[in-house]
Design a binder for this molecule. Structure first.
Ligand code: PXP
Length: 252
C-alpha cells in the first residue's frame, strides 16, 4: 500500500467537450462544461493536482482556462507544454507549481512519444533552468530510457514523468517487459535525485501491472477518468482511482 502516491487529474478532455460545441462562441452565457468546476470536483475527491496541456493549436485548453485555474486558491497546477517561445513566455507569467515539458506535434491525437532530452539538450536546458529559477518545478516527459533519464538530471529538471503509453497499449509479456523498463528507469532517476512521476493511458484496470515500478511519486491521468466520469461522475471516478492506487502500488 502506497499512501504517499499522488494523483494529478488531467482535465483537458473537459475542455475538449466544451470546444466541441462552443469553440466559436466562447463568451456565450450557456457555455459548458466548466473546466474549473471539474478541477474543483477532482480536488474535492482527493486529487493532489490538476494537469492541463496548453497546446500551440489551442484545441482544448485555452489561455483563459490557464488563468482561471491559476487564480483558484489551493489548486496546484501542472502545466503541460511544448518547448516553444510563445508557451514558455506564458508559463513564466503564470508561474504554475509544476510544468511538464512534452513533445508536441500538430497532427497527433495525443502526446505520442517522450521528449528526446538527450538530443534536444541545448534548447531544453535554457527552458528548464528559466522555469526552475522562476519558482516552477519542471518535469520532463520521457520514454523509460537510461540516456533520457541521465540527460534530464543533467539539465536541472526536478522530475521526470515516465511515459506509460506503451505499457498501457501492450498486454501480457510485452506489458510486463515494458513494466521492467519503467522500473529500471525509475530506479535510475531516483538514484540521480529526480522525482519519478508516470502517466499516459493509465486505468484502474492496468494499474496493478505497474506494481513493480519503484519510487513512483505521482501519476497523471486524464482520459480514463473523464471517460469513467461519463457514467459514474468525476468525483466517483477519482475516488475509484485513488483506491486502486493505494491498493495496487508499492511505496515510493
Ligand atoms: N502525462 C502526459 C505528459 C500527457 O501528455 C498525458 C496526455 O495528455 C497524460 C499524462 C495523461 O494521459 P491519459 O489522458 O492517457 O491519462
Amino acid at each position: 500500500m502506497n499512501t504517499s502516491l499522488k494523483l494529478g487529474v488531467n482535465v483537458d478532455h473537459v475542455a475538449t467537450l466544451r470546444q466541441a460545441r462552443y469553440r466559436t462562441m466562447p463568451e456565450a452565457h450557456n457555455v459548458e462544461p466548466s473546466v474549473l468546476e471539474a478541477a474543483r470536483t477532482a480536488l474535492r475527491a482527493g486529487a493532489h493536482s490538476i494537469t492541463i496541456h496548453l497546446r500551440a493549436d489551442r484545441r482544448h485548453i485555452q489561455d483563459a482556462d490557464v488563468w482561471e485555474l491559476r487564480k483558484e486558491p489551493g489548486l496546484l497546477m501542472n502545466l503541460e507544454m511544448g518547448n516553444t517561445p510563445e508557451i514558455v513566455a506564458i508559463a513564466l507569467q503564470v508561474k504554475p507549481a509544476f510544468v511538464c515539458l512534452v513533445p508536441e506535434h500538430r497532427e497527433e491525437v495525443t502526446t505520442e512519444g517522450g521528449l528526446d532530452v538527450a538530443g534536444l539538450r541545448g534548447s531544453l536546458e535554457a527552458t528548464v533552468r528559466a522555469l526552475e529559477a522562476n519558482g516552477t518545478r519542471v518535469s520532463l516527459f520521457i520514454d523509460p530510457e537510461a540516456e533520457q533519464v541521465r540527460a534530464s538530471a543533467a539539465i536541472g529538471a526536478s522530475m521526470v514523468e515516465l511515459h506509460t503509453g506503451t505499457f498501457a497499449n501492450e498486454t501480457g509479456e510485452k506489458r510486463a517487459e515494458e513494466a521492467r523498463r519503467l522500473a529500471e528507469a525509475a530506479e535510475l532517476a531516483h538514484g540521480l535525485g529526480l522525482q519519478v512521476n508516470a502517466g499516459h493511458g493509465l486505468t484502474v484496470a492496468n494499474l496493478k501491472d505497474l506494481a513493480g515500478v519503484p519510487h513512483l511519486a505521482e501519476l497523471n491521468i486524464g482520459h480514463h477518468l473523464v471517460s469513467r466520469a461519463v457514467t459514474v461522475g468525476l468525483e466517483a471516478a477519482v475516488k475509484e482511482m485513488l483506491a486502486a492506487m493505494s491498493n495496487s502500488l508499492s511505496p515510493a
